[in-house]
Write a protein that binds this ligand. Structure first.
Ligand SMILES: Cc1ncc(COP(=O)(O)O)c(C=O)c1O
Length: 401
């Protein structure tokens, strides 16, 4: 009988009594591995024997976390990286050649879009950015660029938590023959497994839910061996390797993935429901709520809806700042997916350098807030929001709600 996700999170990839009968996997701090004699060297170079050679190509602690991730998603192969952006850049540069074309959806992570727009042209790789959810525009881009090598989409997306239609993306992939890469950082393997829904490669910033404690940077790519091999070859040449200490911390974080994710899903639903009932809140975006524009799609593809809740205050910019500054349990800061609740103001923290018209086009309003609940008690998170909202005057229009 296949093991459940919690059991795999704890035991997956872990060797039995790896060192001195320890229950945990040791951290092997080494950059090089020695050979007992030249027979062993020859066995290794002629590929008769698999073993470690040099830290950039592999490490026993890192190998455990890779195996755990593979087992979590029943992926044929996986690789880990020093951060999520390395998994994005290595996946694209490992799979796409000079002269080829890719398609990316327009609400992908800001640095992913920047990478496509500014860095890929230096490698002679063209990209077309299409509106998330506009499948006609995507198909137009595919028709205009025959032989498009890769399509990269995220799900859910930031900050409005749009949900990708996996069936449509997989059908387009079957028709046009590109590699479908899904960045599923906002879902985590607990809430969605895109490889089982048609994706060829799934990418994570392990910095978020996988690590789960706001204390490491990491990335992962999972998929068919033939594809991950190409990504790994690129990474083995250019760098971006996860170090042994981080690998251990990621193993440790993954062991509680199911517990943390369930708590985050529950807390976010409680916070989202509370916000939606508040007269000083104009609109809430949480895919688990029936009011979310992609709720039906989220129910189809996800088993839980994650720890991020976005909302618009019925407030001006100064009042929005007053609300944020009043937060005590929620700490002001970027990122999400850890045990600590974080709150961010996308307009200042992520888009301050954008022209106001550009921010407007992207839907980054002055009064937009994104929060990532932690594993705290929901009542304390709600009490924190409630005291923050007392800093905002009740508007006549909002009061009529
Ligand atoms: C969806 C998504 N992908 C990739 C990244 C990049 O991850 P990292 O910060 O670990 O490089 C982020 C970072 O916020 C992200 O939100």
């Amino acid at each position: 009988m296949p093991k459940g996700l919690s059991t795999v999170s704890v035991h997956g990839g872990e060797p039995d009594r790896p060192y001195a009968d320890s229950i945990t996997t040791p951290i092997v701090m080494t950059s090089s591995y020695t050979f007992p004699d030249m027979d062993d060297v020859l066995a290794y170079v002629t590929k008769k024997k698999e073993r470690f050679e040099y830290g950039r190509y592999g490490n026993p602690t890192t190998a455990v976390v890779i195996q755990k991730l593979k087992e979590l998603e029943l992926a044929e192969d996986a690789e880990v990286f020093d951060c999520g952006m390395s998994s994005v850049s290595c996946a694209i540069l490992g799979l796409v050649k000079t002269g080829e074309h890719i398609v990316v959806t327009d609400d992908a992570y800001k640095k992913t879009l920047l990478f496509c727009e500014k860095i890929l042209p230096r490698f002679g790789i063209r990209s077309t950015c299409v509106k998330m959810g506009d499948h006609e525009e995507m198909e137009e881009a595919l028709k205009k660029n025959p032989g498009t090598r890769l399509v990269l989409s995220e799900t859910p997306t930031n900050p409005y938590l749009n949900i990708a239609d996996m069936d449509v993306l997989a059908a387009l992939r079957d028709k046009y023959g590109f590699v479908l890469v899904m960045d599923s950082t906002f879902a985590s393997p607990y809430n969605q497994q895109p490889l089982k829904q048609g994706a060829d490669v799934v990418i994570y910033s392990a910095t978020k839910y996988l690590g789960g404690h706001n204390d490491l940077l990491g990335g992962a790519a999972l998929g068919r061996k033939e594809l991950i091999d190409q990504i790994r070859d690129y990474r083995n040449t250019t760098g971006g390797v996860m170090d042994p200490m981080t690998s251990y911390m990621l193993i440790r974080g993954l062991k509680t993935l199911a517990l943390r994710m369930q708590r985050l899903n529950d807390n976010a639903m409680a916070v989202g429901t509370y916000l939606e009932s508040h007269p000083k809140v104009r609109k809430v975006y949480y895919p688990g709520l029936p009011s979310h524009h992609d709720h039906e799609r989220a129910k189809k593809y996800m088993t839980g809806f994650g720890g991020v809740v976005t909302f618009e205050l019925e407030a001006n910019l100064q009042e929005t700042f007053d609300f944020l500054s009043a937060m005590k349990v929620f700490k002001i800061g970027p990122s999400f997916g850890g045990v600590e609740a974080l709150i961010t103001h996308p307009m200042t923290i992520s888009y301050y350098d954008y022209a106001p018209e550009e921010r407007k086009r992207l839907g980054i309003l002055d009064e937009l807030i994104r929060m990532s609940v932690g594993i705290e008690d929901a009542k304390d998170l709600i009490a924190d929001i409630e005291q923050g909202l007392t800093r905002i005057p009740l508007k006549a229009k909002a009061g009529a709600k």
